[in-house]
Ligand binder design. Structure first.
Ligand code: SF4
Ligand code: SF4
Length: 439
């Protein structure tokens, strides 16, 4: 099945330097890992260990309370401290610091692998909760809660392997190298939550991975559909992907379940099958380390909590001073100012851009009314109108311009020839509306 969608932009992909590089283990193991208590969007976990305790790989070190997800040791060693450390979302936050003993001793309390034909909804939710899985595509929403809400309500499970952000290839490699496990995971999840369809969506620039999936599907009597879409940013955003696959439109302010869909990122599905069929907690993930400033760009299999500086070391270090360092891609990623911040469950890439790569921000000029921001907006917003309303202080116009529907894809800022920071303006407008005071 091949589909396309409207809106969006075509930024240069910059994926060539890593798309053919298999996921490799770190050459330099971290001396310590830093596990922030804040790793999901729904609150912090609570420490279950104290300084001086010995821990093994996969052992729970922080418990998830309410919706927050639990955290597990990703190396074996000794708990050094529980203290504030730099966090990749910004600032500092409480974290469990573990000193590496270099042994990688597995935890002997690991749950038994399950038989795929016997995975019930209760077993699925329990295992996902126990493994501490949160959305690994960036949103970091607790996966057990997402699946609990979807059970019996979603008729379509979408596995998002679009990875439309420039530079990032970690999911592409995971799909290429682990397609069998991902398909088994998708099929099992769909059956347990009662979804009639499971659709794996990938972009046309990942043909080798799509072919690998097709080969597997032929062998396993096709319970999962493959949908290859035209490469376009931001196809990977939930609402766009749902519309592309099902033709259903998530209403403004609504959620995928409003149109009977649940979307899981590919890496999340891989983590779920690891928890179900190998009894493994979420302790490692694939991360792309790339950008023109990196000496040897590559894809790495990384213990969660590894400092970003350690990833760079395993990628040959920096060949020039980067102009901008981000976790995630250049369109929606988070700028990093301290390379001692660790990889967390939602970190899919470390991108170090040179001044040349980072489109030199020339001076903002006046809007020439070209309309490109409007045609590129996948949410059918009018960023130029929102920006104008702010500039002229015509705040009464904002509610009708729906800035709250912005998915922060950055297409408008990217495409604007006048270099107007439209995404920032739309965010500003949304904050004004959220604070109230406007009808
Ligand atoms: S207004 Fe928001 S959703 Fe629309 S293009 Fe700009 S950043 Fe993307
Ligand atoms: S893309 Fe920029 S210049 Fe063109 S209409 Fe939008 S704000 Fe104006």
């Amino acid at each position: 099945m091949r589909r396309s969608f409207f809106g969006g932009v075509n930024p240069a992909p910059y994926k060539e330097s890593t798309r053919r590089k298999p996921i490799a283990r770190l050459e330099y193991a971290p001396e310590q890992v830093v596990l922030p208590l804040a790793m999901s969007s729904e609150g912090d976990s609570v420490p279950a260990v104290k300084p001086g305790d010995r821990v093994a790989v996969g052992q729970p070190v922080a418990a998830g309370v309410d919706l927050a997800v639990s955290t597990h040791a990703s190396i074996s060693g000794r708990v050094l401290a529980i203290e504030e450390r730099p966090h990749p979302w910004g600032g500092r936050s409480a974290a469990i610091v573990i000193e590496n003993d270099g042994q990688d001793t597995p935890w002997d309390g690991r749950p038994q692998p399950l038989d795929s034909t016997r995975v019930t909804l209760d077993l699925l939710l329990a295992r996902v909760r126990e493994a501490g899985i949160a959305g690994m595509g960036g949103a970091a929403y607790p996966t057990a809660e997402k699946l609990r809400r979807a059970a019996g309500k979603a008729d379509t499970l979408i596995i998002n392997a679009a990875e439309c952000e420039p530079y990032v290839t970690a999911d592409h490699r995971l799909l290429l190298e682990r397609s069998d496990k991902i398909l088994l995971g998708a099929q099992t999840i769909a059956r347990a939550i009662g979804a009639q369809r499971a659709v794996l969506v990938t972009e046309g620039d990942k043909l080798n991975a799509a072919e690998a999936v097709e080969r597997r599907l032929r062998k396993r009597s096709g319970k999962v559909e493959l949908c290859t879409v035209r490469t376009r940013y931001p196809l990977g955003a939930e609402k766009q992907i749902i519309q592309t696959v099902t033709g259903r439109e998530v209403p403004p302010g609504g959620a995928p379940l409003d149109v009977k869909c649940v979307v899981l990122n590919l890496a999340t599905v891989f983590a779920i099958q690891d928890a179900l069929f190998r009894g493994r907690a979420l302790t490692h993930r694939a991360v792309t380390v790339t950008g023109g400033a990196v000496a040897r760009p590559r894809n790495l299999w990384v213990p969660i909590g590894t400092p970003l500086s350690c990833l760079l070391q395993s990628a040959g270090g920096l060949r020039e001073t980067p102009c901008l360092v981000l976790t995630g891609g250049p369109m929606m990623g988070t700028p990093q100012h301290n390379l001692e911040a660790p990889v967390i469950k939602s970190t899919n890439a470390l991108v170090c851009l040179t001044a040349l790569e980072r489109r030199q921000q020339s001076q903002e000029t006046v809007c020439i009314r070209c309309g490109k921001c409007v045609t590129s907006c996948p949410m059918h917003l009018a960023p130029s109108f929102i920006s104008r309303a702010l500039r002229l202080n015509e705040l009464h116009r904002l509610p009708k311009l729906h800035p709250q529907d912005c998915i922060e894809c950055g297409c408008c800022s990217y495409i604007c020839p006048a270099r107007i920071p439209l995404l920032e303006r739309v965010r500003q407008a949304r904050e004004l509306l959220e604070k109230g005071g406007l009808d």
